[in-house]
Design a protein around this ligand. Structure first.
Ligand code: ADP
Ligand code: MG
Length: 304
């Protein structure tokens, strides 16, 4: 189990993290979400042991994670960290970048394991390509495969799929997260992309103003977002009194009701249209099956 115990940290006098306290069970997938600058990367760096802690402690099982004051080399064998600035060896091939970390394996096992990892990140066609010739997204895949090479007990991922295009993201996510579950590797993912968290995280931790403002399953957070900040992670939403936070797909257009609104815009959204309408003095967003003309009068119902 990973234990983060009452950690307070700042690079300067300003607190970036304040009284952060949570546990992660072995094999769990935890997503850390929050706005840019909310301290997600800092939290991962602290878990990795990149900085010394003045307040609080972090443990993996019985071992305390210690910073550079106590460790000549940062990091621990049981933990891998894929940073936002994955640093690879540019002049060697994808294969070599990954297998370099398998020096203690027999050559045959090494080859097999390298191939397995290349398959997880779907880079079969680039195995013999030099890393400097790869795109940002491909490099990101190599960094993930390399982190998995020695099967860490715990993996820290910082915005792991941010450079990968949408065509390939979903499949790759499933591959990587399913692989981690099969191998029972504990995973902590910092992300601002809901798709990294919704279908894969056991728990989501929401960071805001240096603190954890929520920790719950994706389902519970979605169903009951206590704050607009949390709802915004899941999609378009409104704050309509007396109902509170209402997602765009919870507003229905009906033939007649007490709630009248006027259409202002319609945005095509693939499966549906996002209708922007004026309701009393506010703008509201409604998910609707088809386009509506501007200035049309509509009646709405809220079904939470
Ligand atoms: P996130 O990953 O959520 O975007 P970060 O953890 O990178 O947030 O940053 C949190 C805050 O700490 C930001 O205000 C950022 O400017 C500051 N910060 C991050 N790294 C450093 C650093 N090495 N030195 C000083 N301030 C930093
Ligand atoms: Mg970050």
């Amino acid at each position: 189990m990973l234990q983060v115990k009452n950690v307070t940290f700042g690079y300067t006098k300003t607190k970036v993290l304040n009284a952060i306290d949570f546990n992660v069970e072995a094999g769990e997938n935890i997503a850390i979400i929050g706005e840019s600058g909310s301290g997600k990367s800092t939290l991962l760096k602290l878990i990795y042991g990149e900085y010394d802690l003045k307040h609080g402690q972090i443990y993996w099982k019985d071992e305390e994670i210690l910073g550079p004051k106590h460790n000549l080399v940062i990091g621990y064998d049981f933990m891998k960290y894929v940073t936002q600035e994955f640093d690879l060896m540019p002049f060697t091939t994808v294969e070599e970048n990954i297998s370099k970390y398998l020096s203690r394996f027999y050559p045959e096992d090494k080859q097999k394991r390298t191939e397995e990892l290349i398959k997880v990140v779907e880079l079969e066609a680039f195995a013999k390509t030099k890393v400097k010739l790869l795109s940002g997204g491909q490099k990101q895949r190599v960094a993930i495969a390399r982190a998995l090479a020695k099967e860490p007990e715990i993996l820290l991922l910082d915005e792991p799929f941010s450079h990968i295009d949408n065509f390939q993201k979903q499949g790759l996510r499933r591959n990587v997260f399913n692989y981690l579950k099969v191998k029972n590797i504990t995973c902590i993912v910092a992300t601002h992309d809901r798709n990294d968290a919704l279908g894969f995280a056991d728990q989501i931790i929401v960071l805001n103003n240096a603190e954890i403002i929520a920790k719950d399953t994706p389902q519970n957070l979605y169903k009951n977002p206590k704050l607009p900040l949390i709802a915004s992670f899941f999609g378009e939403f409104n704050v309509i009194e007396p109902y509170g936070i209402v997602y765009a797909n919870q507003v229905k257009i009906v033939p007649k009701s007490q709630l009248k609104a006027i259409v202002k815009m319609a945005y095509f959204n693939g499966n549906s249209w996002l209708i922007e309408a004026k309701y009393n003095t506010i703008s509201i967003f409604i998910e609707h099956d088809f386009e509506l003309k501007k200035e049309k009068i509509i009646y709405i119902e809220i079904s939470k």
